[in-house]
Design a protein around this ligand. Structure first.
Ligand code: FE2
Length: 325
């Protein structure tokens, strides 16, 4: 069985095809690259997807597919709609089942497929998202999350302030290597949740007094330490023994190192999704779509996108004991 997956929640229009064993048969992406110092403009992403997305789609459809999955949310409305329209059109034309997939959940399932993690505490850090998630009581639950912006967007915003291009974290890490001192910045963990906007403002102000290298270093250390602390609490609470890092920020070596130090002290193993699949892609949607379709799940053709779809609202029939809800 070949499942087609379409990812289109933000700046990437990803098209993937997987088979029932999780083998990746096709993987192409159209990515909006904003000019230096600029963020994503949702309308521009949607325009690009409409202009270019059909090329990888046509190749994938020509392979012959038995089901079509698309990211139904969360994400930017204009981007989501582009993928949804394409998915509905292809599923109707080929008369194959359609399935809408929660984007966050697909980051986790592709991470588990590619790393062998079985039942991890998931640390999902990307541009728009920062969540600590674990499967408990029949669904993925959020144990802690950002209350304002995602850690990736925060770091990108700071990098833009320095005139650096996106993605911000690797450029900031480079700068941080030349730091001479740690500058105290607000450490904003509230209960099990995080906030980044106050930290960002404080870092921007610190630039008036301190070298950018020192500020970049301090900002990264503080933000990463906050996420690691919340992950540690989730590990303690759930008594799981694996941590899985997914999302674009998972590629940061310093973040990985800090997470490993914490996990080792608790006897837990850290799994890191390969960088190519840590960022948005169609393969993760295809694989998660397959998991649903193989359990008889389908999405009616006229189901609207859901830009605010939370992972704890998504069903996970393949993880439920006894095989179904
Ligand atoms: Fe994502």
């Amino acid at each position: 069985m070949k499942t087609l997956g379409i990812e289109s929640t933000a700046h990437t229009f990803g098209v993937g095809v997987v088979d029932e064993r999780g083998r990746i048969l096709f993987d192409e992406r159209v990515v909006l690259r904003p000019p230096e110092g600029m963020g994503i403009l949702p309308r521009e992403a949607a325009d690009l997807f409409s202009r270019e997305g059909w090329k990888p789609l046509l190749k994938a459809v020509n392979m012959g597919v038995d089901g079509v999955a698309f990211s139904i949310g969360p994400g930017l409305g204009p981007s989501l709609r582009t993928g949804a329209v394409a998915a509905r059109y292809i599923a109707s034309s080929l008369n194959v089942p359609l399935i809408g997939v929660n984007h966050s959940l697909s980051h986790i399932e592709i991470g588990k497929l590619l790393t062998g993690a079985e039942d991890p505490v998931v640390v999902y850090t990307s541009g728009a998202n920062t969540q600590i998630i674990a499967h408990e009581g029949g669904k993925y639950r959020i144990f802690g999350e950002t209350l304002d912006m995602g850690i990736g967007n925060m770091l990108d915003t700071f990098a833009r302030r320095l005139g650096l291009s996106m993605p911000g974290p690797p450029k900031l890490l480079e700068l941080a290597q030349h730091a001479k001192q740690y500058i105290p910045l607000p450490y904003t963990v509230k209960g099990s949740d995080l906030t980044f906007s106050g930290l960002l403002t404080a870092a921007e102000r610190a630039l008036e007094k301190y070298p950018k290298e020192d500020v970049a270093f301090s900002l990264l250390e503080t933000a990463f330490a906050m996420v690691v602390e919340v992950a540690e609490r989730a590990l303690a609470h759930t008594e799981k023994d694996e941590v899985l890092l997914v999302g674009g920020v998972a590629a940061s070596p310093r973040f990985q190192e800090m997470m490993k130090t914490m996990a080792e002290e608790r006897g837990a193993k850290v799994h890191i999704v390969p960088q190519k699949y840590a960022v948005d892609n169609g393969v993760m949607i295809a694989w998660t779509g397959y998991l649903y379709l193989s359990h008889g799940y389908k999405t009616p053709i006229n189901t609207p996108i859901n830009p605010y779809f939370r992972i704890d609202q998504a069903e996970t029939p393949w993880l439920d004991a006894g095989g179904g809800i």
